[in-house]
Design a protein around this ligand. Structure first.
Ligand code: B4P
Length: 192
């Protein structure tokens, strides 16, 4: 299996790049953000549960997020692997992903690609997306900054988990979308 973790702060280009990688490697993108938004849109029980967290730019509790991921994996088997976009976002999620891949697939994360982008560029990108995305968490600059703070307080530490496993590669996430895709592909080529 090729299991790629796309990592980075909100607006760093994870979702944007996942689409290209998905096509090239035939490994489906799993975006926990997209899965939550699907539940919000369809007014499911899970949607009602996560709405207040997402609207405020806070992380959804680990157990809720991991249970949703496990369900999604079970319903979408792909022996070739996956692109994890926006999961894990805490060390507890990173440990859960290791367990899930080992127990269910006798596999592991192949590589973690971390997109590095300056905070002010992140804010500008997300405000720009907010003009058309219809996402409540993209329109208010305070909420966007809260999401970035959540990243530094809860998510950035996940780097240590993957560095300890020798699976951490940082990629400059500023530049054209095509240039960044090329850099990601070059890093993946090293581990194939
Ligand atoms: P996500 O949906 O993951 O939101 P995101 O981080 O904003 O998206 P992404 O980072 O993929 O966007 P992209 O850069 O591609 O999460 C939303 C919320 O869901 C979280 O706040 C949390 O509440 C919840 N959640 C999700 N996963 C969770 C988890 N594991 N645990 C707990 N809670 C979780 O795109 C940003 C913009 O930049 C786009 O407009 C794009 O066009 C632009 N862009 C991309 N690359 C560019 C480039 N190179 N140059 C210029 N613009 C670029």
């Amino acid at each position: 299996m090729l299991n790629i973790v796309l990592f980075g702060p909100p607006g760093s280009g994870k979702g944007t790049q996942a689409k290209f990688l998905e096509e090239k490697y035939q490994t489906p993108q799993i975006s926990t953000g997209d899965l939550f938004r699907f539940n919000l849109k369809n007014e499911t029980e899970l949607g009602a549960l996560v709405k207040s967290y997402m609207d405020k730019g806070q992380l959804v509790p680990d157990e809720v997020t991991t249970n949703m991921l496990v369900d999604h994996l079970e319903n979408n088997p792909n022996p070739q692997g996956y692109i994890f976009d926006g999961y894990p976002r805490t060390t507890s999620q990173a440990e859960a992903l290791d367990r899930i891949l080992t127990d269910k697939y006798d596999s592991e994360v192949t590589i973690t690609l971390a997109l590095v982008v300056d905070d002010e560029i992140l804010v500008q990108r997300l405000l720009e997306r907010g003009k058309t995305s219809g996402r409540a968490d993209d329109v208010d600059e305070t909420i966007i900054r809260d999401r970035i703070t959540e990243y530094y307080t809860k998510t950035a530490i996940v780097a240590e988990h993957y560095k300890a496993q020798g699976k951490w590669v940082e990629i400059d996430g500023v530049g054209t979308i095509e240039d960044i895709t090329e850099k990601l592909n070059a890093a993946i080529k090293e581990v194939l």
